[in-house]
Structure formats: structure tokens, C-alpha cells
Design a binder for this molecule. Structure first.
Ligand code: C2E
Ligand code: MG
Ligand code: MG
Ligand code: MG
Length: 279
């Protein structure tokens, strides 16, 4: 079984057992139950303002608390969810959970925005923007406090439909972030037509930015492009103070990475302000 997008997707994502067709179906069936039994959890990773060192928002990252296999990362089950249609209830769950958590932080005086990753399949679903708007209203969250992270690949998947979905969302005031920028196939004309709130520089360029001139050129170009388009720019995967410093000097606005915090459970997120996220 290779799914409709061909075998390449599965090879990329396959864990130890996942290439086995039976295992693939088992994961789908189990995931269906996981949603029903509330076995998914969100961890949050802070986003830090590179100039002030302050936490300005958090990104929700889904995990599966599997009864036998322990805490599973998204790479173990998202591909199965995307290919089976379970990505719709999964994203609905993630959005509802993240907005409820966001409302709880707001109640304690933290004015953080929350970022949620969405898949191409979510954008293809008619009425997605209305669905998200409805959830925002339910939780009393202003639309601009939510950023939906869309990978470049998702934007490029079905250009017209993806663009329309993005416009539907931004019309309602919801922010759009282009995730893993630099690794996909977004065209410049696509970017020109879309009001993008944030561009996230992929970790692969950030990782070696101190020693690799090509990465430096790419990172500088992405920062200039983002600012020219009126977008904020965030670097992901920052693991050292030296890299953070380089990015700050290069004009990058925000940063995420293990330097500041790994993704952590909700209860630990509230301590960021006290411990200080800056290096
Ligand atoms: P992403 O959105 O690009 O998220 C960043 C990933 O890099 C996360 O992996 C995070 O734990 C990891 N990371 C953050 N800082 C560092 C660092 O300094 N060093 C290194 N080595 N890694 C770092 P994670 O949580 O395993 O998520 C992987 C991907 O799964 C995400 O990439 C995102 O595309 C997807 N994903 C996660 N949660 C959701 C979700 O709720 N819905 C959807 N559709 N996709 C999700
Ligand atoms: Mg992301
Ligand atoms: Mg990313
Ligand atoms: Mg990434």
C-alpha cells in the first residue's frame, strides 16, 4: 500500500515497521481510537523575540501518548493520518486544544500568540476558514492571536486551492506562516499575491549558518525577502547562543530552538517568563 501520492512519501516518513503495509493499517486503526480516547497531547515550544529575549508566542506540536509504545513524535503517525483522512479530526482536535490552552494563558496575563501546524489536506477542505473562525469565536480568541503554519510544500500542492484557502483565512484576520521556508517550491508570484504574516527559515540553513557561506547567503536573502513583503521572519532550530547572535545581527526577528526550550507540556510552558528565555 503506497497511498495516492506515491511511495516516496512513505519511504521518507517510514519508521522501523512503517514500511510494512500491515503496520501502516494498524497505525491508522489505532489512531482512530487514539482520537476517541483522547490519547493525543500537545507540547509547546516558545518563540522568542531576538532583540528583547522575550517569549512572544508558542507553537503547538502534537504527540501521541501511545498506551504501549510511549510518547510518539508526529513523524510516527502524521503520514498515516494524512493519507487516511484522519488529519481532519486530528487538526480539529489540535486547534481546539491549542485555543483552550491559549485562553488559559491569556487569563493569567500572558499575551502570547499560538501557532498551529496545518496540512495541505486541511486547506483543501471547503469551509476550513469558517471552521477555524467558529473555534476562535467559541474560545473568545482574537483571530490575529492565531498563526497557522503551512509548509511550502502544502502551499505548492494545489496552488489555486491553497491560495484561495489562505485568502479565506487572512480575510478573517487569521495569520499565515510559511513553515520550513527554503526547502519547498513556493513561487515568488505566489508570495506576491498572499498576505503572509511570517516566514520561518528552515532548520537546515540555520544549523550551519556560522560556518557555511551558502547558508549565510540563503538566510540573508530570506530575511530580506520576508521584510520586503512586510512579513516577520523566524528562524527555527537554534541550538547555540552564537547562532542566535548571528541571526539577530542579520536582522532576523524571532527564533525557536533547543537553546531556548524543547517543546514541553502545557504545565511547563508557564515557567518561561520566570526562568527567562533569552540566553
Ligand atoms: P515543524 O513545524 O517545522 O516543527 C519544528 C520541529 O523541529 C519539531 O519537531 C521540533 O520539536 C523540532 N525542533 C525545534 N527546535 C529544534 C532544535 O533546536 N533542534 C532540533 N534538532 N529540532 C528542533 P516535531 O515536534 O517532531 O514535529 C515535526 C513536524 O511535524 C513539525 O515540523 C510539523 O511539520 C509537524 N507537526 C507537528 N505537530 C503538528 C500538528 O499538530 N499538525 C500538523 N499538521 N503537523 C504537525
Ligand atoms: Mg511548524
Ligand atoms: Mg518548521
Ligand atoms: Mg521543520
Amino acid at each position: 500500500y503506497h497511498g495516492k501520492r506515491g511511495s516516496a512519501d512513505i519511504v521518507v516518513y517510514a519508521g522501523e515497521d512503517m514500511s510494512h503495509p500491515t503496520q501502516w493499517l494498524v497505525v491508522q486503526a489505532e489512531l482512530r481510537h487514539a482520537l476517541a480516547r483522547d490519547e493525543l497531547v500537545l507540547h509547546y515550544q516558545p518563540k522568542v523575540d531576538l532583540r528583547t529575549g522575550e517569549v512572544v508566542g508558542v507553537e503547538a506540536l502534537v504527540r501521541w501518548q501511545h498506551p504501549q509504545r510511549g510518547l510518539l513524535p508526529p513523524s510516527e503517525f502524521l503520514p498515516a493520518a494524512e493519507q487516511s483522512g484522519l488529519i481532519e479530526p486530528l487538526t480539529a482536535w489540535v486547534l481546539a486544544r491549542a485555543l483552550a490552552d491559549q485562553a488559559a494563558w491569556t487569563a493569567t496575563g500572558r499575551s502570547w500568540g499560538v501557532s498551529v501546524n496545518v496540512s495541505a489536506r486541511n486547506l483543501e477542505k471547503p469551509g476550513f476558514a469558517d471552521f477555524v473562525s467558529g473555534l476562535l469565536a467559541e474560545h473568545g480568541t482574537p483571530a490575529h492571536r492565531l498563526l497557522l503554519e503551512i509548509t511550502e510544500t502544502a502551499l505548492a500542492a494545489d496552488t489555486r486551492r491553497a491560495e484561495q484557502a489562505v485568502l479565506d483565512l487572512t480575510t478573517r484576520g487569521i495569520g499565515i506562516s510559511v513553515d520550513d521556508f527554503g526547502t519547498g517550491y513556493t513561487s515568488m508570484s505566489q508570495l506576491r499575491g498572499l498576505p503572509i504574516a511570517e516566514i520561518k527559515i528552515d532548520r537546515t540553513f540555520v544549523r550551519d549558518v556560522l560556518e557555511a557561506p551558502p547558508s549565510q547567503a540563503i538566510v540573508r536573502a530570506i530575511i530580506a525577502l520576508a521584510h520586503g513583503l512586510g512579513s516577520r521572519v523566524t528562524a527555527e532550530g537554534i541550538e547555540s547562543p552564537e547562532v542566535a547572535d548571528w541571526l539577530r545581527r542579520a536582522g532576523c526577528d524571532e527564533a525557536q530552538g533547543y537553546l531556548y526550550s524543547r517543546p514541553v507540556p502545557w504545565a511547563e510552558v508557564g515557567t518561561y517568563e520566570i526562568t527567562g528565555a533569552a540566553s
